[in-house]
Design a protein around this ligand. Structure first.
Ligand code: DGL
Length: 274
């Protein structure tokens, strides 16, 4: 006898801004029946240039907001939060909480052929050394080169993401030059925003360097876990997605609709987080 359990509660996802939509897009693709509650703390982005104490405080406020929606699991899409506050978040809730470091690290370790892996992220993510730690735990022989790229987030927020954009190319060349010299063959995009810049990054790094998107890879892992644990929602439903932001609804709705290729106007609400 096959027992099919179903859990109709939504999945909660949060990020410091709109970058976590890379994760949401993949979750919708893999688990179209799931309801999702997304929080983008657009009023306080970026987190990556802030102190550990501030990032931890914001992370707990974001998680507490999502927990009010009776979620069955929480996914922390923000690499910065996962780098500095994940352990304290995990211990505060009795639902499964997934972060974005270990899965992409595992994928990168299995993809590399020459053992040289690059990691790019915000200042806080790179300072934390969490990706390096995760990679070395998998294989201590790996050579890991980490570079902070703080100007990539405003480039994405501004929409300057085309591979022909001169400003984007010039900034990417400056940040990524040392990774080219280090001859990495695999690069972890350790920030929610960076997949939106992947054509610029690929142009600079060359097409022989494999890019690993932390959000997409983690979404695949979470989908697999929910399926394995038999707690997915009814597949015959089309899931309802609610978006909460802490700044202008208009700007988020426009960018999210373009990125998700579906109109989210009317599904976005502005909230105050404290
Ligand atoms: N969401 C952040 C991350 O993934 C990037 C934006 C920020 O600095 O808040 O690290």
């Amino acid at each position: 006898m096959v027992i099919i359990l179903m859990d109709k509660r939504p999945i909660g996802v949060f990020d410091s801004g709109l970058g976590g939509l890379t994760m949401v897009k993949e979750l919708i693709k893999l688990l179209p029946g799931e309801d999702i509650v997304y929080l983008g703390d657009t009023g306080r982005v970026p987190y990556g240039s802030r102190s550990k104490a501030t990032i931890t405080k914001y992370a707990h406020q974001d998680a507490a907001f999502l927990a009010k929606y009776d979620i069955k699991t929480m996914v922390v899409a923000c690499n910065t939060v996962c780098s500095v506050a994940f352990a304290s978040l995990k211990s505060g809730y009795d639902i499964p909480i997934y972060g974005v470091i270990d899965t992409p690290a595992g994928i990168a370790a299995s993809k590399t052929k020459n053992g040289k892996i690059g990691v790019i992220g915000t200042a806080a993510t790179i300072r934390s050394g969490k990706y390096e730690e995760a990679l070395k735990n998998i294989n201590p022989e790996l050579k890991v080169h980490s570079v902070k790229c703080p100007l990539f987030v405003p480039l994405v927020e501004e929409g300057w993401t085309s591979p022909d954009d001169e400003a984007a190319l010039s900034i990417a060349n400056r940040y990524l030059g040392e990774l080219r010299k280090a001859e990495i063959d695999t690069l972890i995009l350790g920030c929610t925003h960076y997949p939106l810049l992947s054509s610029v990054i690929s142009k600079v790094m060359g097409d022989k360097v494999a890019l690993v998107d932390s959000g997409t890879e983690t979404a695949k892992y979470v989908a697999e876990k929910l399926q394995k644990n038999n707690i997915i929602n009814d597949k015959n439903n089309i899931g309802n997605i609610r978006y909460f932001v802490t700044d202008s609804i208009h700007r988020f709705s426009k960018t999210a609709s373009a990125y998700l290729e579906t109109d989210v106007h009317g599904k976005v609400e502005q909230v105050t987080i404290e």
